[in-house]
Write a protein that binds this ligand. Structure first.
Ligand SMILES: [Zn+2]
Length: 444
């Protein structure tokens, strides 16, 4: 009985093995066929921005297979019947990186309690849905990657990132911070102590060094890619201590995460830099001595400035009764002075829009204005683009994968109509092509 059953099983097993073998041969044949024919695209670039060297090259071809770039050069032969994307009339660039976004938060210029309103009256579901719409507008504007730095409730950023990654909604690659680690009050203005939990719905309020360590562990555990802290809490007047920030940095680096600090005053920038953070957001006021310290420690600066056009719009929406012209000139000259001194001190500049205002235009388009703001403050177009691509990816330890058009990188590629060097502020808005991860989202 036992012997017979074994013999039958052996015969059956042979048949099964034969079937499985044939099936996999067939599957691998079909797979080879489709990967050879269907998933290879040749992109003809009239001009190509070399983000590592900050140069414009002419007549290059990019070979894309599935979601990766597999070859870039000016001697690539395109085979007959190949799938060609002809961008020979345009300038092709790596997808842009916005290093400071808040996709889950929007403010009306006149709103006195914007963050409390999100927590109390908007809620997670509506915030997430609105966030999805904003994410799409960023991608359509040419931002294929964003670093989303908090004001996203309790990890709504992690959820939105997941929805984009799995293809449920359309948006850029997201690197997210989770709740901002902050001292008492966060950036929620005017909350009574009795209702302080409203702040804790939006920020991770820490009490001391041990709590700082736990906050980093929490954020990392629930999906943060980067740690964001508030060195100072502007518009509130509290701040973290250097000791608390040191503990955050030590713990974050243990998990290979960068730390970036909201720091608006010179003191906050100096303390955060001393504590060892990797980046400073805003840095509206920075003394030369602090810039020297930043350069020495390799701390990068993300100046979240506003372009002239959006400044005028801001004052209009605010119904500002003062001298608008004077206010704009004063704002711009202060920002220009700070940016120029930072560049002179050899501090690396990364691009970040911090766009969370409703300017009555698409959020992605509004965010693009940050690039124009840097130009208005005297930065050269190709330097701005290098900051928004290669230097941003380098900061994220991703310079072989994003922000570059080279072999092995993800196929995150955009194209613009016009001359980036001669007419930057118009050209950068004329996006005619967007590809992310090998998939085309915009093609004029
Ligand atoms: Zn911000």
């Amino acid at each position: 009985m036992m012997v017979e059953a074994f013999a039958i099983e052996k015969g059956l097993m042979k048949k099964v093995l034969l079937f499985v073998g044939t099936y996999f041969c067939f599957v691998s044949f079909v797979w080879t066929q489709s990967s050879n024919n269907e998933n290879i695209k040749f992109i003809r670039a009239g001009k190509l921005f070399d983000s590592e060297r900050g140069k414009i090259l002419s007549d290059y071809t990019i070979k894309v297979k599935n979601n990766k770039i597999i070859e870039v050069g000016n001697t690539i032969t395109i085979p007959e019947n190949a799938s060609i994307i002809d961008l020979s009339a345009y300038t092709v660039l790596p997808g842009l990186i916005d290093g400071h976004t808040h996709l889950l938060h929007i403010e009306n210029v006149k709103d006195k309690h914007p963050i409390a309103n999100e927590v109390l009256f908007t809620g997670d579901a509506l915030r997430a849905l609105r966030g999805a719409k904003r994410a799409k507008s960023f991608l359509e504007s040419g931002f294929t990657t964003v670093r989303d730095l908090g004001n996203s409730g309790q990890f709504l950023d992690v959820a939105l990132k997941q929805a984009i990654t799995e293809g449920t909604v359309v948006g850029p690659r997201m690197f997210v911070s989770g709740p901002i680690i902050s001292s008492e009050g966060g950036q929620v203005v005017g909350i009574l102590k009795h209702h302080h939990q409203i702040t804790s719905n939006e920020y991770r309020i820490i009490k001391n060094v041990d709590d700082a360590i736990n906050a980093v562990r929490e954020n990392v555990n629930y999906g943060a890619d980067i740690i964001k802290i508030c060195a100072n809490n502007t518009p509130n007047n509290t701040s973290l201590t250097i000791g608390e920030m040191r503990a955050v940095v030590k713990m974050a680096h243990r998990y290979n995460k960068k730390v970036t600090a909201h720091a608006t005053s010179n003191l906050a920038v100096w303390e955060a830099t001393t504590a060892g953070v990797d980046a400073i957001e805003h840095g509206y006021t920075i003394a030369d001595s602090t810039l020297t310290l930043m350069a020495k420690k390799g701390t990068v600066l993300v100046p979240t400035d506003i372009s002239k056009k959006l400044l005028y719009k801001y004052f209009e929406l605010l119904d500002f009764k003062g001298d608008v012209e004077k206010a704009v000139i004063s704002y711009q000259s202060r920002k220009r002075d700070r940016l120029q001194r930072a560049i002179k001190a050899d501090v690396t500049i990364l691009t970040g829009s911090d766009n969370y205002m409703d300017f009555e235009i698409s959020q992605g388009e509004a965010a693009k204005n940050i690039l124009v703001a840097y130009q208005e403050e005297g930065m050269e177009p190709l330097d701005i683009l290098r900051s928004s691509t290669y230097l941003s990816s380098k900061f994220m330890n991703m310079s072989n994968h994003i922000g570059v058009i080279k072999k092995g990188a993800f196929a995150d590629i955009i194209a613009v109509r016009g001359d980036l060097e001669k007419d930057f502020s118009d050209t950068i808005f004329n996006v005619v092509f967007v590809m992310k991860d090998g998939k085309v989202y915009i093609k004029e």
